[in-house]
Design a protein. Structure first.
Length: 427
């Protein structure tokens, strides 16, 4: 047994399923999870002494690679000055000012401790602001584990949602409506059937959580128009895409500006941080400025803010980060396409900037139904074949890969060689 296997066996005695977040258990790809000992730059090092090239980067935050000196230094400086005060600090003001200057839709912002907290709070604020109860979300989008988001579409587009997890009540499900991604007509139908009752529409402007799926031409613009016509708050969940697909998130790239934005992952530079923000008049309903309650003992924590501030400052001052990420993304995905052509495969490769997914299906993937046509067993074999060759992918077909600036041209070639060999081995 490897040390990772031994640790996993032990973990299962004390932690549900042996992990603190389900995807880490490798259920979707088989085998036993790799336990990580340390990481630096483009590499992960496991308990058994193996080295891997990273294509997840902690699900996005490590956009500059692991243990980047800038963030390391900011954190070690902050640690000298105390861990938590539960009182305001200068850094929180600077961080808020920085976020407002970077993210187009954000005029005021509140810091929280995770993406889940950000979306839960944004939903409450949208409801408090509009005085309405219902929400529209999209199949295959993920917004953390808040009750209101763990709702599947009911049978037939007009029906109420169904709880997607035991423990979520039917009462909560009644207020969550679900539409297929990229389907404006379905959204319009839900809005028409629930006139004056929809508080917000929330979506990932580029989806990372069913594998990478892009908005089709006109989809985001169409949602903006519906929201304007009906007084609905448009929320972009940019927990994954924020500070990644452009400095100011995908909204900067596509030019469609939501009313509210939720952020996480990169914003903490690897520390547990989230944030939600938006138009002044909406954010001013948040307590103590307004009546909508939301709070946090460790929110705006000085160590976490130091990491986040170092990260965001670097990103905002170095546009070359994004040029390089585009370059890496294009080289890698073009190389993978060339590999597939070489051996006569025609799988769908979706790609935006530094995020991509290879779907094991020939069908174009524009929504969750399309994504589900993928051969997930084949993906599992591909995942193991890549792991064996020292490439660490996200352990599920329904995830995106996240690139970092720590990847060199040599790394990219190594990944492409492994990709070709792995495809030949498993298909
Ligand atoms: C990761 C993620 C979340 C949840 O963030 P946590 O920090 O895991 O709670 C919410 N929305 C999106 C789009 C995400 O990718």
């Amino acid at each position: 047994m490897t040390l990772s296997e031994q640790l996993f066996d032990k973990a299962k005695n004390y932690i549900p399923g042996g992990v603190n977040s389900p995807v880490r258990a490798f259920r979707a790809v088989g085998g036993s999870p790799i336990f990580i000992k340390s990481a630096k730059g483009a590499y992960l090092y496991d308990e058994d002494g193996n080295t891997y090239i990273e294509l997840i980067n902690s699900w996005g935050p490590m956009i500059l690679g692991h243990a980047h000196e800038l963030v390391e230094k900011a954190v070690s400086d902050a640690i000298q000055k105390g861990f938590s005060f539960g009182a305001p600090t200068r850094r929180e003001v600077e961080m808020a000012e920085l976020i407002c200057s970077i993210v187009p839709s954000v005029e005021k912002v509140r810091m929280v401790n995770s993406g889940t907290e950000a979306t839960m709070s944004a939903l409450r604020v949208a409801r408090g602001y509009t005085g309405r109860d219902k929400m529209i979300k999209f199949e295959g989008n993920y917004h953390g584990h808040g009750d209101s988001f763990l709702i599947a579409a009911g049978s037939g587009a007009m029906t109420f949602g169904e709880p997607d997890s035991p423990g979520v009540t039917k009462g909560v499900a009644n207020d969550t409506l679900t539409a297929p991604y990229n389907d404006l007509a379905a959204v319009q139908a839900l809005v028409d059937a629930n006139k004056g009752q929809i508080a917000c529409i929330i979506l990932e402007p580029v989806v990372g959580n069913m594998g990478l799926v892009k908005p089709v031409e006109g989809f985001l613009e169409g949602l903006r128009k519906i929201c304007d016509e009906e007084g609905i708050v448009l929320i972009f969940d940019e927990v994954m895409t924020g500070f990644r697909l452009a400095k100011g998130g995908f909204q900067e790239r596509c030019g469609v500006i939501p009313d509210m934005t939720t952020m996480g992952k990169i914003i903490g530079g690897g520390m547990p941080v989230g944030a939600y923000g938006g138009k002044k008049e909406i954010m001013d309903v948040v307590s103590p400025a307004g009546p909508v309650y939301q709070a946090g003992t460790l929110s705006g924590n000085p160590i976490a803010m130091a990491a986040g501030q170092a990260m965001l400052t670097h990103l905002s001052e170095n546009p070359s980060v994004y040029t390089r990420l585009e370059e890496i993304g294009t080289t890698l995905t073009n190389g993978m396409k060339a590999n597939m052509e070489k051996i006569g495969l025609n799988y769908t490769l979706n790609h935006v900037g530094s995020m991509f997914t290879l779907f094991f299906t020939d069908k174009p993937v524009n929504n969750f139904e399309d994504a589900k046509t993928s051969d997930t067993a084949l993906f599992g074999r591909y995942f193991q074949a890549m792991l064996k060759r020292g490439i660490y992918l996200a352990p599920s077909q329904y995830e995106a890969m996240f690139l970092s600036t720590a990847l060199t041209d040599e790394h990219i070639q190594t990944i492409l060689d492994a990709n070709l060999e792995s495809l030949k081995e498993v298909v």
